[in-house]
Design a binder for this molecule. Structure first.
Ligand code: NAP
Length: 296
């Protein structure tokens, strides 16, 4: 794989990047720079570690140096919103921004996690209108899943949470959302009821990540309650497969891991900045190489 080198950076090189704290483990620079090199463009994508208290100053600085756009990761996905001149309806519905670009209005933001989440599902060519989707977890990623399921046209989205207050707040937050969704909250002790007849089951909890890779957020026996053509989708991309997906596959359920979501949210951001199609396969390969390098 061709990598951009310092010698290729000139006075004309345009800058992109990702802000977060921490950001040193991000695989986004590898994915984006591989695509930029493949397209033979004069851009560079850099990681910027920005502490919470420096966010406003950093964004003003980015405007001053003419940064074209940037991704946002933890902990700035919500706190950046007051500093943006324009926020897309999908990002408002999700309540978080992961992609920002410069326009004549100032910084504008959107959320490409929804597009990333949907990408592997759209390849399945299904009629989603009768689908009941179940989301395990009610955190930040669950919001992108709910918005995605609504965009797919799912009949109902059931969200399973372990903390009643958080779950109620999550459900209430969709009532005046720019994205219409038929959402039903379920307590964790009612998960069997929630998954009954469901066709799409999404893990949006971190259960199954290192070091507890032998854990699953879902009881194996409950897979039998899903619809016959059900899909199990884990947002976790390392390890792959997770215990959740391994158990789903053992009972013949289609399994999708979180790698494609990660690649496709990045590809959607790069397309926004470059205003041209980007080589998704190159980004996928760069992510895989990065994950393999970590021994996933
Ligand atoms: P988050 O905001 O912290 O939310 C995590 C959710 O999981 C919360 O609802 C939390 O419940 C629940 N949870 C945590 N531990 C649990 C446990 N032991 N049992 C049951 N529920 C538990 O995190 P997030 O940003 O949504 O991320 C969730 C997962 O998605 C992570 O694994 C992350 O890596 C993955 N992700 C992947 C992508 C991708 O591109 N593939 C993108 C974003 C996120 P409480 O509310 O009760 O604490």
């Amino acid at each position: 794989m061709q990598q951009p080198t310092l010698q290729q950076i000139t006075g004309k090189t345009k800058l992109l990047g990702v802000i977060g704290d921490p950001v040193e483990h991000s695989l986004s620079p590898a994915m984006h720079n591989a695509a930029i090199a493949d397209l033979n463009l004069d851009y560079a994508y850099l990681p910027f570690p920005i502490a919470a208290e420096n966010l406003e100053t950093a964004i003003a600085g980015f405007a001053a140096i003419g940064l074209v756009g940037f991704n946002i990761t933890i902990p700035h996905k919500q706190t950046i919103m007051p500093f943006l001149a324009e926020i897309s309806p999908v990002a408002r519905a999700v309540g978080a921004v992961n992609t920002v670009w410069r326009s004549e209005k100032g910084w504008e933001g959107t959320n490409t996690d929804v597009e990333g989440f949907l990408a592997p599902l759209k390849t399945l060519n299904r009629d989603w209108t009768q689908t009941v989707a179940v989301v395990l977890g009610n955190g930040g990623a669950a919001r992108a899943v709910v918005a995605g399921a609504a965009q797919l046209g799912c009949r109902e989205v059931r969200v399973v949470g372990r903390n009643r207050e958080k779950l109620d707040r999550f459900a209430a937050s969709w009532q005046n959302s720019p994205i219409e969704v038929n959402l039903k909250p379920y307590r964790a002790d009612a998960v069997a009821e929630a998954v009954s007849g469901a066709t799409l089951l999404v893990n949006a909890t971190p259960v199954g990540m290192s070091p507890h890779v032998d854990r699953s957020p879902f009881e194996t026996a409950l897979f039998a309650k899903l619809a016959a053509d059900a899909i199990a989708y884990d947002l976790i991309y390392t390890p792959s497969p997770t215990q959740f997906l391994r158990e789903a596959q053992q009972v013949g359920i289609t399994a999708i891991d979180g790698a494609e979501m990660l690649v496709c949210q990045g590809a959607a951001a790069l397309e926004k900045w470059l205003q041209q199609p980007v080589p998704v396969a190159v980004m996928r390969q760069a992510l895989r190489a990065g994950l393999d390098g970590r021994g996933r």
